[in-house]
Design a protein around this ligand. Structure first.
Ligand code: UT7
Length: 320
């Protein structure tokens, strides 16, 4: 695994000077204290590259051995070609098929599910999965409802075959497209192509009904986690560490409560990075490993939710 965060940090105090907000509100309602923001010359594929290079080296592999690259992102460099293809070129991973996956903040967990199927079916041996975002480019810096929440970053993992009973044990993915409008980028696609009017109306920015997404998140996280544990014939008692999507500390606390997990078993870094969407879970996983929390045989539960609306969870047995 590997992760990358751009150098520039914007704190809540910096935001106080930009919009009508304050540190107390942001900390109390979200748990966020700071977020990293990409430099003007950095795009999503650059962040993805920095994380991917580390992940490939960490796996003891060369780029030439990667057979497929999946990039989960809602802020790709361009609509097409895919960020995964741009990354494939940067890495010189000539053998790799490459495509992007759009599942909002659940994207990394979805991509792990897809990669897992590819490997267990024998299609590929090594798949590179990346969650990478430069949400700062699609954020309305004048909208306090959204600009205090998100950040930029990337996290990557190389997946390969392991012995039975190790690695990914069970996967659960789901969606409810009826809730799609509560979190979206309304313009720039075929429904509303880019025009002066759409730009003037700010329709290329993230639009979110925060309380709708909040309500969805607190119900679905517990539900999907319980369902993946059931598939794996496990219970919450078997979980050594929950690595949830890092959107809001209140959502994370609520998920832990619904699962009956003490906060010592829940990994949290939302205070440092804000919500990095598809990058949040791989960044958190990397940091959990750096802190010595991922030991061989430990059961790790990943739970994501996001735009779509989507959700996904994976229970895995750490194998290293
Ligand atoms: O990855 C998935 C992406 N999204 C999420 O996970 C977001 C899920 N939702 C949330 O995390 C929360 O709903 C928010 C953090 C977005 C909002 O928290 P809330 O407790 O639901 O607040 P609210 O939307 O009910 O707003 C409460 C008040 C409002 O003022 P009034 O109408 O009560 O006077 C807002 O205008 O707080 C106001 N407010 C702010 N005040 C200061 C909203 N944003 C801010 C702000 N600073 N940045």
């Amino acid at each position: 695994m590997g992760h990358y965060l751009p150098e520039k940090i914007i704190t809540n105090f910096d935001l106080e000077k930009m919009v009508d907000t304050n540190n107390e509100w942001i900390v109390e309602r979200t748990g966020i204290e700071a977020r990293h923001i990409a430099a003007p010359e950095e795009a999503t594929s650059d962040l993805a590259y920095a994380a991917a290079v580390k992940a490939i080296a960490d796996a003891g592999l060369e780029s030439a051995q990667i057979e497929c690259i999946i990039v989960a992102s809602e802020s790709p460099d361009t609509k097409f070609p895919s960020t995964a293809c741009l990354l494939q070129a940067k890495l010189g991973a000539k053998k790799a098929a490459a495509f992007d996956l759009s599942a909002g903040c659940s994207g990394f967990v979805y991509a792990l599910g897809v990669a897992n199927s590819m490997i267990t079916s024998g299609l590929y041996k090594y798949v590179l999965v990346v969650g990478a975002e430069t949400l700062s480019r699609i954020m309305n810096w004048k909208d306090r409802n959204t600009c205090v929440l998100f950040g930029d970053g990337a996290g990557a993992a190389v997946l390969g075959p392991v012995e039975d009973g190790n690695g990914i044990i069970a996967v659960e993915m789901g969606a409810d497209g009826n809730g799609g409008s509560s979190l979206s980028q309304p313009a720039g696609g075929s429904r509303k192509p880019a025009s002066h009017e759409t730009v003037d109306a700010g329709e290329h920015f993230i639009h979110m009904d925060g309380s709708e997404v909040f309500k969805f998140a607190i119900t679905i996280m517990g539900k999907t986690a319980k369902s993946v544990l059931k598939k794996a014939e496990m219970t919450s008692d078997d979980v050594d560490l929950l690595v949830p999507h890092q959107a809001n500390i209140r959502i994370i606390n609520s998920a832990a409560k619904r699962l009956g997990l003490p906060m010592e078993k829940v990994f949290v870094n939302v205070e440092k990075y804000g919500n990095t969407s598809a990058a949040s879970i791989p960044i958190a996983l990397c940091e959990a490993r750096e802190q010595g929390l991922l030991k061989k045989g430990k059961n790790i539960l990943l739970v994501g939710f996001g735009a779509g609306l989507t959700w996904a969870s994976i229970i895995l047995k750490w194998n290293k």
